[in-house]
Design a protein around this ligand. Structure first.
Ligand SMILES: Cc1cc2nc3c(=O)[nH]c(=O)nc-3n(C[C@H](O)[C@H](O)[C@H](O)COP(=O)(O)OP(=O)(O)OC[C@H]3O[C@@H](n4cnc5c(N)ncnc54)[C@H](O)[C@@H]3O)c2cc1C
Length: 456
């Protein structure tokens, strides 16, 4: 190890920290599981740093784990024993805003929130948004094909990436900085790096698609007694409003838990509903959009599709609604031994799935706590389950993932497989699919140095 540190320090002067210089922040992602303080951290500042590091490690067959903002929830960026950490925290900054092509280009370690602000300042809109926006990086978003709060209208990260630069395992820099919506010249190589969780290459720079800023935005928090009302509401609003950008569903067990953990969150709706939806629509008619939105909600109330609704009258109201949805951060920070799910099931199966999970887990575990919420319109549910006992966590994972497989769902809709879900991949992917993934990995990283043990 001493020789490796010396060789790296000579190859990348000023970029290498080791031993007692390495702080805890490099030891575990937001999953909080299996923290391990690495012996060596390389803080790359340029693509050339990344290229040199990878070429060296490939030659020496040394495993690397890439770290962005460490907000991942699947253990993907948590170092394993003997891995060198490649941190991209210094590879940060916006490199280009092209107002005519409507693109924004940034280095991989740039926090998402900075990109949102830069787009806004340039008069545009970057619709990628998630609760971890202040800490997660665009490279991490691309590597995980992050979803978030506006997938319903704008798609996952994949739909927003026009081009990228990545470094492959042997240090080759693949610069594919396309800015056009259409480009069918051969294979679309950027797709290999999007969503492959750092196993096929290290993303170093990204070209993102920007959108015109919507002129108006409407937000409401709505209450329901049953799931079929929610489905009818979603379809009604999608039919009648020009763009439903957000549709976040929260079960009452989630809302109660968030309020309990953050006493400052006062109830928004008077009713004691069983389900809550935070809905947002976007439009371009400042004169008419708010009235139209209110009329649609009124029509749903009149038809019995919805029980109750509070429409935001100010930015303060909007942030009150989002505090409830983003309250998951408090749960993740405060609950230690938890099973944290990011599963997908067809909307037609969702109510049955949630009910079955509740019945089966309650029957199996004492003191079970469940919080259910998620990007329901994308078929994506988050469930956090805990009993206070560490030993129960793996059993809960197994039980729920088995149900997901039986209902034709996916064990991860947006957070990725990482290390934590790898053993369950075959519950939602066929053998032939997994074999093709393995063949790709072998072709692109024959020495298995990039994020080994993640995904497959
Ligand atoms: C409160 C909270 C809310 C969240 N909400 C959402 C949500 O709504 N939707 C969603 O999809 N996710 C969500 N997440 C999960 C997480 O924020 C995303 O997965 C995010 O994209 C991770 O970005 P990161 O920079 O933190 O990546 P990291 O956690 O550092 O890394 C994640 C994975 O990507 C790899 N990686 C990181 N950077 C690169 C790179 N440049 N090149 C190659 N590989 C790389 C890592 O090795 C690791 O495997 C949430 C997390 C938290 C804590």
């Amino acid at each position: 190890m001493v020789n490796v540190i010396k060789a790296l320090a000579a190859l990348l002067p000023g970029r290498v920290i080791s031993g007692s210089q390495v702080s805890d922040k490099y030891s575990v992602d937001w999953s909080g599981e299996s923290a391990f303080t690495p012996a060596i951290v390389v803080r790359a500042k340029t693509v050339s740093d990344v290229s040199k590091l990878l070429a060296f490690c490939d030659q020496e067959k040394l495993p690397i784990v890439t770290q962005g903002g460490m907000t991942g929830l699947s253990g993907g960026s948590t170092p394993q024993a003997s891995e060198i950490v490649l941190s991209l925290e210094l590879l940060s900054g916006i490199t280009d805003v092209d107002v005519e092509s409507m693109t924004l280009t940034a280095l991989a370690g740039t926090p998402l929130e900075q990109l949102q602000q830069a787009a806004n300042e340039a008069g545009f809109y970057l619709p990628l948004d998630l609760g971890a926006r202040g800490s997660c990086t665009i490279g991490g978003n691309v590597a995980t094909n992050a979803g978030g709060n506006q997938v319903l209208s704008y798609g996952m990260t994949r739909a927003l990436v026009l081009g990228l630069e990545a470094v492959t395992a042997d240090g080759t820099v693949i610069r594919s900085m396309n800015k056009m919506l259409k480009n069918n010249a051969g294979y679309d190589v950027k797709q290999l790096f999007i969503g492959s969780e750092g196993t096929l290459g290290v993303v170093t720079e990204v070209v993102l698609r920007l959108f015109p800023k919507p002129l108006t935005k409407q937000s409401a928090l709505c209450g329901f007694s049953n799931f079929s009302q929610v489905v009818s509401f979603l379809q009604y609003m999608q039919r009648s409003c020009s763009r439903v950008s957000t549709f976040e569903l929260m079960w009452d067990n989630y809302v109660k838990q968030v309020r309990q953990m953050n006493q400052q969150l006062t109830p928004v709706l008077a009713n004691d509903d069983l389900l809550y939806v935070l809905i947002e629509t976007e439009g371009n008619d400042p004169e008419g959009d708010d009235t139209f939105f209110n009329c649609q909600l009124q029509a749903c109330l009149d038809d019995g599709i919805l029980n109750d609704a509070v429409v935001a009258q100010s930015e303060r109201d909007v942030s009150r609604f989002w505090q409830l949805r983003d309250g998951v951060t408090d749960i993740l920070a405060k609950v230690k031994y938890r099973a944290n799910f990011d599963i997908g099931v067809p909307i037609s199966q969702m109510a049955n799935f949630v009910h079955t999970v509740e019945v089966e887990l309650t029957a199996s575990f004492e003191n079970l706590q469940l919080c259910t919420f998620g990007h329901m319109a994308d078929g994506n549910l988050h469930i956090i389950a805990w009993t206070g006992r560490e030993a129960d966590v793996d059993v809960i994972y197994k039980q729920v993932y088995t149900l997901v497989g039986e209902m034709g769902g996916t064990i991860t809709a947006e957070h990725g497989i990482g290390t934590l879900k790898r053993q369950y991949l075959s519950l939602c992917r066929l053998e032939q699919e997994i074999n093709l993934m393995r063949a790709l990995k072998k072709a692109m990283d024959p020495n298995n140095i990039l994020n080994p043990g993640r995904v497959i």
